[in-house]
Design a binder for this molecule. Structure first.
Ligand code: AMP
Ligand code: MN
Ligand code: MN
Ligand code: MN
Length: 281
């Protein structure tokens, strides 16, 4: 059976390694079919694809789009996209656009609780100045000794209700799915188990997503606890969604699951790759 890892990040978004190093690590870890899915950005794809080809790793184009739905951030992964599609490229540029303003506002909030220089500090951790994210702030605060690890920074500073959190409006669900489908891709709800929705809201999310043309959800992901694999397998079976999997790897010292390190999908699911030629063993 092939090892699929269809969700991870490079330093073109908030990962720690370059796209070439992520490809190399995926290969070394036994991944057979790989997608790089940087947040709101396709700038890493050319190098990722070229490196994968050199290494004999089957490559799938990908992206992870930030969406605001029912007042919460939801991530939608696009797989097998044409990354040169004009509407997709423009939509991603628009989605990235608010990040600098938001980062400056976050830094101003953090300054009020005595953490100075966070904007410049976070920027030093950024690999792509267009994509400053909360993760870069988290790395700066760890570097400054404010918290022991990035998880603790998020819990104490960077989530809703905490001093460094700034409300932000990302793309709409309809836009993100539309850009992905318009670029010939498959839309996948990333790590559904991470969202704090009620059962009714979850039902509405899955219905809306399907109405817009979304066809897949992540079931096995490094962003789920293992007891959530079966929970979202049931959701996939119930809604007729294809099932995807990916480590959501960000860096060797930050991610619980390494590239290629996930168990196989639970039985009775149709994998998102069920009709991909390249996925034939
Ligand atoms: P942003 O797009 O700037 O809001 O940053 C979101 C990113 O922060 C996610 O893609 C994760 O990589 C990271 N993240 C979100 N929540 C947490 C958490 N609780 N612990 C560690 N990292 C997190
Ligand atoms: Mn991330
Ligand atoms: Mn995500
Ligand atoms: Mn991710």
């Amino acid at each position: 059976m092939l090892n699929f890892d269809l969700h991870c990040h490079s330093n073109i978004s908030d990962g720690m390694l370059t796209p070439a190093l992520v490809a190399t690590r995926a290969k070394a870890n036994g991944v057979d079919v790989w997608a790089l899915t940087d947040h709101d950005e396709v700038g890493g794809i050319a190098v990722a694809r070229a490196t994968a080809e050199e290494l004999g790793l089957r490559y799938v184009t990908g992206v992870e789009i930030s969406v605001t739905w029912a007042g919460q951030t939801v991530h939608i992964v696009g797989l097998r996209i044409d990354e040169t599609n004009a509407a997709l490229v423009q939509g991603l540029a628009d989605t990235r656009n608010g990040r600098e303003r938001r980062a400056r506002d976050m830094a101003a909030q953090l300054e009020k609780v005595g953490i100075v220089g966070a904007f410049e500090g976070a920027l030093r951790h950024v690999g792509n100045p267009d994509l400053i994210s909360r993760t870069h702030f988290a790395r700066y605060l760890v570097e400054q000794g404010v918290c022991a690890d990035t998880k603790t920074v998020f819990a104490n500073y960077l989530i809703e209700g905490k001093p460094g959190y700034v409300t932000h409006r990302w793309a709409s669900l309809e836009q993100a799915v539309g850009w992905i489908l318009g670029a010939g891709g498959i839309a996948v709800i990333a790590h559904p188990g991470r969202y704090k929705f009620s059962l009714v809201e979850f039902g509405a999310l899955f219905d809306c997503f399907r109405d817009y043309g979304g066809t897949a959800i992540e079931v096995v992901t490094g962003s789920h606890f293992p007891n959530q694999y079966e929970e979202y397998a049931r959701v996939a079976r119930h809604y007729g969604f294809l099932a995807s999997c990916g480590s959501d790897f960000h860096g060797p010292s930050e991610s619980r699951i390494d590239l290629g390190g996930l168990p196989p999908l639970p039985p009775g699911l149709k994998p998102v790759w069920h009709d991909w030629d390249m996925a034939a063993a």
